[in-house]
Design a protein around this ligand. Sequence first.
Ligand code: ADP
Ligand code: MG
Ligand code: ZN
Length: 724
Amino acid sequence: MDPVSILKKYYGYDSFRPGQRELIDAILLGRDALGIMPTGGGKSICYQIPALLLEGVTIVISPLISLMKDQVDTLKEYGISAELINSTLSTSEFKEVISRARVGEYKLLYVAPERLETESFLHLMEEVPVAMVATDEAHCISQWGHDFRPSYKRIHSMIDRLEKRPIVAAFTATATPLVKADIKELLDLYEPFEFVSSFDRPNLYFEVRKPDNKLHEIQRYLKEHSNESGVIYCATRKNVDEVCERLNKLGVSATKYHAGLNENERIHNQESFLFDQIPIMVATNAFGMGIDKPNVRFVIHYNMPKNMESYYQEAGRAGRDGEASECILLYSTQDIMTNRYLIEMGNTSGRTVEYEKLNSMVDYCNTEGCLRNFILNYFGQDALERPCEHCGNCNNDIEETDITIEAQKILSCVKRMQERFGASQVADVLKGANTQKIRSLNFHELSTYGIMRDYPKDTIKELISFLIAEGYLQLVGTQYPIVQLTEASYGILKGGKSISIKRVLVKENKKAYTAENNKVMDHILFEHLRKIRQTVAEEQRIQPFMVFADTTLKEMARFYPVTQEEMMQITGVGEYKMEKYGEIFLEIVRNYVAEYPLEVERIKLALQEERQQESFNKVQTQKSAPRDSYKRTYELYRAGRNLDEIADERDLTRMTVENHLIKCVQEGLEVNYADFIPIEYEAQIIEAIEQCGTMLLKPIKECLPEEISYTAIKFMVAKYSLNK
Ligand code: ADP
Ligand code: MG
Ligand code: ZN
């Protein structure tokens, strides 16, 4: 069998993602291989498909028990024989797996690198032919990777002991030159075929927000994204507890994860999230390693992380399944302080590098350019040719607020307090607080006392943080840092220099990609399908996505498959799953279609509109014409021009002009149908439409005489749909 048929048969996918085919082909030719692809890029398939086609067993080296288990469970659901050997196996299970492996029952065997060093495993390797040794998460090999484990270094000596050298392959999402060189050297890859795919993740939407109140921002966000699964990362355990508690109080179903919880709690919470019982996980960065949940629709950072590496790794946990997902960073200048503090507390060596990295992270939060390009640049990849049109900065307007007056008030207050107090006390004085401390120091007599009493204290503190971040103030001392003026302060105090703070305003006409999430589908049917998936998964004790991914359920809720053939057309429905679950899901769809024919009809029409809109949009963006370009077309049409003349005059293709007029028809504008549909054919076309439905034009065209053009059919379909 060839790789494409395997992809379809087992995984139910129609085509390979970038790099997959190349890596698979190289491995099948017997070459060593190194695949570097971002999270969610689809690395697993690159070694799983060759494993199915090669003689013998493929050993997959994986760093974490949870990852191994997910992968093996997932493979079993595809009907692929795979097993894992790790410390969770009982002695009898272990013996069972070994004896099955001995007789060549598995195509893939997952192990941790430490296992390779045990005698029992080495014996096994001497008995069964090993086709390939594939190291997943291969950055663990490198001492430069953050998760270095010494056993990784000894993989190649195990390989050397084998009688016949297997193919050696490695996969990772870490692309730095140091890590890459280490992988090649320590695994002793022999002239490997390398594929480094772009790190761009087009399905992720990036945005930095600077809200006055982060909790409110999150509440607002969650309201718009109810029912979706997401992670909220916080810098500290305390923040995690607070945010989670607050959400729960508001009736939002959320759970939490951090190193301060006991192990049982952590496991329990993690599983409720993975098994889709609780949609939202609030966590520190302790959460996520070894989590492959594919349908995480958003990752919100409550605090700015310490560097871009951490940010991209954590944010990148969104949208593994390739569906549109959002990565939102809630930035406040306070986050800079926190990170500076953490760097100060940490190891002295490497501090300079850490500060540099922190600076880049801050730059990301403050750039006005395309965020996606910023990320690509940072990781040393070629930026896109133009702004991506799919990040906060490409989609939003920046609002600039002049804060010169406020800055002057703050700076002069610091000066009057003789530069001897912390930010909070400065804020108290500006706010005009009546505290013991203020009275005892006679601060209530300062001319700056209470000059910002109209501002919330949080805002004053935020402004102070901003001035520190921008170098107009400085923090001195570590334990109880005090705020002092800098040289730059005087430029402001003396007047003449102005400063402003920038905030992002989300544009009214929201992003094109959210449209991706709002793709037409039958939400009620989707919920039915999700429910049955939940039940099936619980019965099988596997995670819901292993039964079918969200993507797959969404397609079912778009196209209403009611026959086996139709079901097999759905992405993610392979032969084995069809056999195992096909009927269960078909029955849900069939019952639904029988029960709600009107709803189904409505969705089908909406789908058709969506399709027309899409092709319309495509033409529009190609031309980068204003959105209501079709109106101009309509004016010309009303002025008596025919389609070709309009196309000429406007330098558009005839197809575009046609689509413009179709849109006009849909919007209820008058057109003379006789201009496009030859009267003598009208009845015939209607008959064909009634026979074939309005979803696709091609079948309609095929049951009509040749001379009837697509144009005629298109207009007839539009007219027909309108009159329905
Ligand atoms: P990685 O290991 O690179 O992070 P995975 O191998 O876990 O990524 O794949 C991420 C998701 O993409 C999985 O749900 C997988 O089934 C899906 N996927 C992989 N290849 C394809 C493909 N060719 N078509 C559709 N989905 C794919
Ligand atoms: Mg992976
Ligand atoms: Zn952009």
